[in-house]
Design a protein around this ligand. Structure first.
Ligand SMILES: [Zn+2]
Length: 330
């Protein structure tokens, strides 16, 4: 591990968007939800934003751009002036509401809805034949299971290096493999600290988790030491926070450790208590940091390079398993 404490630099928000779900064509007047299913839903009687549709059938997708605290509705076709017309929308918003903006480019009209500056909101989007309804609320009231997944290092911080590999790239590939699985399973809402090669500060990583009040936090890392050092190790914090349902960092780490260990087949270095690590100390929920193997060990490096998908799958499964063993109480 090489958790260097880098200077806090001002970061541009990542422009990665999370496309929640495929298009829905509303042919009937029945309400259909767009995007993942949520605990609260937008309806004709409960919404924050109501947008009149220019025609009954529209192809609409949603993107939860949580880095920029906004929802983006992508509507196929150019309806910019239509959606810009105040007559075609009704906002039931609070004093913190920031903006409703419409743009058009590359065949898509984009409607940006920004409820708050600092707080991340979760969204329910429903359409009927005549309207699109958007409702927002705290992630916890929208989702039963919330995870923050952190690909260690990034950008100018390469993390550990060895055998021609960089830790930041391996951790990102593993997280991208996890995302592939989660994109097909909307039972868990996942917030990613990064999905490309940039460096979120350590504080920003735990802040994301604290902002959305995550039920689990997992940080993915690769170890480094000597050529002969080997094995899979998981770090927990005995003095860390618990999840709202009482899950400890230790128990959570135990689950992820067993999954990743069987995926790597490396030596079992076990669970290691680390009370001083920023992400394990500042994240106010059950948190764990997995050290897949040693980048400095030629055989482990080779294996890790070839198996990032496998590790991503293992961590995905460990999260599902943890939620079934230790369900959230909501
Ligand atoms: Zn690391």
């Amino acid at each position: 591990m090489k958790l260097k404490l880098l200077k806090l630099t001002t970061l541009l928000c990542s422009s990665i968007l999370l496309f929640s779900t495929v298009s829905v064509n509303a042919a009937s007047s029945k309400a259909k939800s767009i995007g993942p299913s949520t605990r609260l839903t937008a309806t004709s009687s409960s919404y924050n934003v109501r947008i009149k549709k220019p025609k009954k059938s529209l192809t609409i997708t949603t993107g939860d751009d949580y880095n920029n605290r906004r929802l983006i509705l992508y509507v196929k076709g150019n309806y910019k002036s239509y959606f810009n017309n105040k007559k075609n929308r009704k906002l039931k918003v609070d004093k913190y509401f920031r903006s409703y903006k419409v743009t058009y480019s590359n065949g898509y009209t984009r409607i940006y809805i920004r409820p708050r500056k600092s707080v991340i909101k979760a969204y329910s989007v429903t359409q009927t034949s005549n309207y699109i309804y958007v409702r927002y609320a705290s992630p916890k009231s929208m989702y039963k299971k919330i995870v923050v997944v952190d690909a260690g290092h990034g950008g100018s911080d390469t993390g550990a290096t060895g055998n021609g590999l960089q830790e930041k790239n391996l951790t990102l590939q593993i997280v991208q493999a996890m995302k592939k699985r989660f994109d097909k399973n909307s039972s868990v809402k996942v917030y990613y600290t990064r999905l490309s090669d940039w460096y979120p500060s350590l504080d920003a990583r735990s802040a994301l988790s604290n902002n959305v009040k995550a039920d689990r936090f997992i940080s993915v890392h690769i170890n480094s030491f000597q050529k002969t050092s080997k094995g899979t190790e998981t770090l927990y914090n005995s003095k860390g926070y618990k999840s709202s349902s009482g899950l400890t960092s230790y128990k959570w780490s135990k689950t992820t450790h067993s999954y990743i260990l069987s995926a790597t087949g490396f030596t079992n270095r076990g669970l290691v208590n680390r009370t001083g690590l920023s992400v394990l100390r500042k994240t106010k929920t059950a948190s764990t940091l997995t050290e897949i193997g040693f980048i400095t060990n030629p055989s482990e490096a080779k294996s890790m390079k070839a198996n990032t998908d496998r590790y991503g799958n293992a961590l995905y499964n460990s999260i599902l398993n943890s939620f079934s063993k230790y369900p959230t109480k909501r």
